[in-house]
Structure formats: C-alpha cells, structure tokens
Design a protein around this ligand. Sequence first.
Ligand code: BGP
Length: 468
Amino acid sequence: MKFPNDFLFGAASASYQVEGGWNEGGKGVTNWDVFSKIPGKTFENTNGDVAVDHYHRYKEDIKLMAEMGLESYRFSISWARIIPDGVGEVNQEGIEFYNNIINECLKYGIVPFATLYHWDFPQVLEEQGGWLNKKMIDAFAKYAEACFKAFGDRVKHWITFNETINFCRLGYIAGVHPPGITMDPKKYFQASHNVFVAHAKSVKIYKSLRQFGEIGITHVFSPAYSIDDKEENKFAANHCNNYEIFWYYDPILKGEYPEYVVKGLMEKGLTPDWTKEELDLLKEAAPYNDFMGLNYYKPQRVMKNIANEEINPTRENFTGAPGNPSFDGVYKTVKMADKVYTKWGWEISPEGFLGGLRMLKERYGDIKLYITENGLGDVDPIIEDEVMDIPRIKYIEEHLKVVKKAINEGINLKGYYAWSVIDLLSWLNGFKKQYGFIYVDHKDNLNRKKKASFYWYKEVIETRGENL
Ligand code: BGP
C-alpha cells in the first residue's frame, strides 16, 4: 500500500533550536536566552545564540529539504521576533524573516506547518509571572492573531502550543526548564490551565478570521503501560494516563477536564484558579479544534511507587529516561530488562506507539491526527566521511510502518513529521544528541551534509512509502 495522496511526509524544527541570531532583526530577549546562560542548566552550557544558524542559512536549508522531497516543514515562530516585548508593537523585521521562510518553502511546494509556541517567549513576560499570570492568555492571543494576519494567507496549518506537559512539568516540578521552579504542583496545574485557555481563545480568533486553514495543538504522546498484570500496577498506569494524557487532551478535544483528575486535584487542594467563563470557553472552542499533533518517541512502563521514592529534580534525571516517581508519588516509570533503549535511555517501541493510537481512537473517536515529532536521538557514526545513521533509518522505518498500519485500521492520520529535519540544539543535551537527516559540522563552519537517512527518506517520499 502507498500512503494516501493527502498524507504529508514532513520534518520538524523549533526556532530556539535552529535559528540562532538571538539578538538580531529586532528580536526581544527570551526566557531561554536567559535560562540557558545560567551555568549548569544545559549540557556543556550550550545555548541557542547561534544554534545551527538557520536564521542566516534558511535558504540553503530549505533547498536541501526540497532536494529531499520533503512535502511539509514544521517550524516554530519565535514570539520575541514578532512582538519583542510580548505585548507591544509588531516588529516588521521579524515578520519579514518568517515571510522569507514561508515563501522559500512555497517556492519549492513545501507546505509550511507553523507552531506558535515552541517554548521560547519574551523574557519580560516570564518576569511578570509567565504562565502563572493570566495576562499571558491575552498576550498570547494577541501574538497569535498578529501571526494569523501576517502569514495566514499562506500558512494553512497552525499549531498553538508544543508539548504543554513538558514546559509546565519541567518548568514547575523539575525546575530544569524556565522558570526553573521545583516541586510546585499547584503552579504546574495552574500554568497548564492558563495555556489551555490561551489555546481556546486563539482557536476562536483563528476561526473568526475565516482563513479556511486548520488549527490544533501538539502534545507529548507517551502512553503508559503497566509493567505487569498486578492490579496495583494497572491502577498506576491508568492514573498516569489520566494525569499525563487525558488532563492534556480532554480540555482540547472534549472541552472539559477528566473527572478523575479534577477529583484528585480537589482532594489535594491543587485545583487551578479557574473561572466559569474560562471553563465555558474551553467547551466552546473544542469543536473548532481541527486536529491533535502527537509527539511520540517512547511509551512509559509504569508501576506503583512502592518504596515511596521522592522526585530528585536534577537535569540528569529529567532528560526523558525512566526512573522518576510522579509528582504525587503514586507511580513511577521504570526501565525493563526485555526492552530496547536509546543511548539516552528512551525506550524504542513501535508497538507502544500503535497501542497508544488505538487508545486515542477509543477515547476521542475520529479526530484528525498528525505525528508532529518522532525520531531517534543518537550519536551518529561517521564512516569514510559519510554520516551512516542506520539506526535512525531503522527507527523511522518501524514507526512509519505503524503509521501505515494505523491508517489501515481507520485511524485518521494525515501526516508524519520526523524530528528533526536537521541536527539542532537539544534543549538539555547540547549538540551531542543528533536527530536530523542533515548533519551540521560544528568543527567546520556549521557546514551541512546529507546523511544516509536523507537519501532513505527521499526514497520513502518518492515511493509514497509503498515499500514499507
Ligand atoms: C520534544 C521537543 C523537541 C525536541 C525533542 C527531542 O520534547 O518538542 O523540541 O527537543 O523532544 O528532545 P531531546 O532533545 O531532549 O532529545
């Protein structure tokens, strides 16, 4: 079977991780510009000041994407380039930069898929409380509207937020992302609620502009599985899915929070400060949300937290490997002897992917889905000057097979975006952890080079996945 003609083969990036040009083009300072410069916060104290210099090399990069046959490029817009101080005037130079990106894509027939918020935002807003301050809701909606108006004639696919669970959990529980607050579940739930309201507001604005494109959100998709058949572990996995999936997906797709979590939060005194208007807005906007973007890398193997271990919030403990108890101490994630893991301890499990997709279909029906990220973080071998990223090819191949199978089962999947189109800056793992189809030589002028996976993906796209 070939993938359907309206299925998009894409690849992704995010502004802070590729652009650089951190103080150019009238851009404001972001939370990440500040946070990454605090010693010890990132691996080898890397930051995005230059990243892979996409800001200056976007033409070369998009030309390579076109050569690979890429059908769609998912990139993010940096809020601080568009509205440098968060709430004031629109910066024309910023608009021009993304106009250039978009137009360059369109020149080659590449469909631009834009994310409005992939974690970097104006530092001045962070200093006013960031996502804990309800002012952020209107500030975000205003920024979103400016983007719709500037780019909406050509951009027909919009993602409001990338991975709310990650910037909230890592920002308010683990403290390893800005604003660097540790173990404050009250703030964690408040921040996520404020984000959902900002999403709902932006969806409504987008629809009111009648630009006839689609808008959705991208979430982490790490379905939880019990390590065995013991009731207590099955309970733990279900608890995990409620707190880590349904809490995030329900308000977007059903317009209300999962009862199980709402009850739990009430008992623990963690209910966000929410108004009836906000809850009504979630309900009102839900039917207008066009799709859900899924970032799938790995499932979670979960068991009851028997030893009552406590979270140890260090950067090393929060780069995605199992071994952490949940914020409420109910469950923990574990590494299992019979599973396969990447160099960074992320489980490789195409089956876990399929199982998760089936779970979503059961709960949310035929909602349109895009895989907005999926890929292998690795240290790629260079053999006789060629980047032989064979494990990446294998990883993507196995996951694309799942996508095909899911489509055959009637799951409404409309596109696949590999993470990442080019090697880029990993938030906490520096440049060591590579994901791209295109290699960037940090020892030689950031020169680009096609990897083995580049040629492989090109062939997959050309044949529309027929041989998978
Ligand atoms: C997702 C983010 C991406 C990217 C990816 C890989 O959570 O949306 O921006 O970073 O994970 O993560 P890492 O770089 O930690 O391996």
